[in-house]
Design a protein around this ligand. Sequence first.
Ligand code: NAD
Ligand code: MLT
Length: 312
Amino acid sequence: MTFHILISDPLSEEGIYPLRQANGVNIVMETNLTPEQLEDRIHGFDALLVRSQTQVTRELIEKASNLKIIGRAGVGVDNIDLEAATEHGIIVVNAPDGNTNSAAEHTMAMIMSMARKIPQAFHALRNQQWDRKSYVGVELKNKTLGVVGFGRIGQEVAARAKGQRMNVIAYDPFLTAEKAEKLGVDFGSVEDVLRAADFITVHTPLLKETKHLINKEAFEIMKDGVQIVNCARGGIIDENALYDAVKSGKVAGAALDVFEQEPMVDFRLLDLPEIIATPHLGASTFEAQESVAVDVSVDVVSYFTTGTVRNS
Ligand code: NAD
Ligand code: MLT
C-alpha cells in the first residue's frame, strides 16, 4: 500500500529526509497552489504537510476524503480548522519546540534593534545621512521586561533577557510562585506586568482570550515610553490601539514580526518611525526549519508505519 503525502508549503529538504527514507510513500511537493487548486488536488492524499501559508479550511478538509493526518511544521495551528479535522477523524500534529530557540533569538534581536534604533539608523545611513543625534537609544540593563505568556518561547526570552541584566516579570495562567522563583523571575497578574515593564513582549497563542489582549485600556496602564514586541501572533496587540499609542507618545517603540493580516496589506503602522518590523521571520532559520520539518515528518512516518504519533 502506498501512503500519499502532499506538501503544500515550502519545507526544508533536509527536514523531510525521514519521509524520503520511508518505504511505500509517494511525496508530492506543490507549494504554489491557490486554495481552489488545493481543493481540487487534495483528494487521494493520506497526509498533508503545511507551514503557515496554507489555510487548512473546513472546505478543504471536506474535499480531502482520504486524509488521515495533517502535519504543521511549526507551533501555531491557527491556520488549521481543528474542529473540522476532528469531526473528520483527521489527526493534527505540530512541532511544538522545533523553532523555540529561533523565535526567542528573533525576539531578542527585535528588542535590541528597537532599543538602539538600529533599523532606523541603518535606513538613514543608506540614504547617505550621517545622523548621530536622532538615534540615541536606551540600555536594557536594569530595565524590566514584562513577558505575557510564559511558555516555551517566553521562558527562553526571559533567560536571555536576564543575560542582558534585565529584571523579568511574567504573567501566564499556568505560572506559579514556586515555578517563577525557580526560574528567577517575578510574577503577577497581566495588569501587574503591564504596569511594571519598560519593555513588554507577548508570547501567547492567538485565542479568544488573547485577541486584542493588548488594547487601548492595556496601553493606558503601561509606563510612559514603554517599548513593546510581538513575535507571537498578529491580533494579540490591537494594531489600531498601537498606532494611537505610538502617535500619542505613550509607546516609544514597537517591534512587530506578526500582523493581524498576513501577508500584510495595510502598511500604515510602518509610517511611524518608532515601529520596526519583519515579515514573520521568527522561525526563519535553517536550523528551525530543518527541525520542525523533521518533527512532523517523523510523526507522519510513525503514523504510517505504526498508527501512532508522538507529537513532540
Ligand atoms: P507555548 O504553548 O509553549 O506557550 C504559550 C503560553 O501562553 C502557555 O504557557 C500558555 O499558558 C500561555 N497563555 C495562554 N493563554 C494565555 C493568556 N490569556 N495570557 C497569558 N498567557 C497565556 O507556545 P510557544 O511555543 O511559546 O509559542 C508562543 C507563540 O509564538 C505562539 O503564538 C506561536 O504560534 C508563536 N510563534 C511565532 C513564531 C514566529 O515565527 N514569529 C515562531 C514560533 C512560535
Ligand atoms: C509558528 O507558529 O511556528 C510560527 O508562526 C513559525 C512559522 O511557521 O513560520
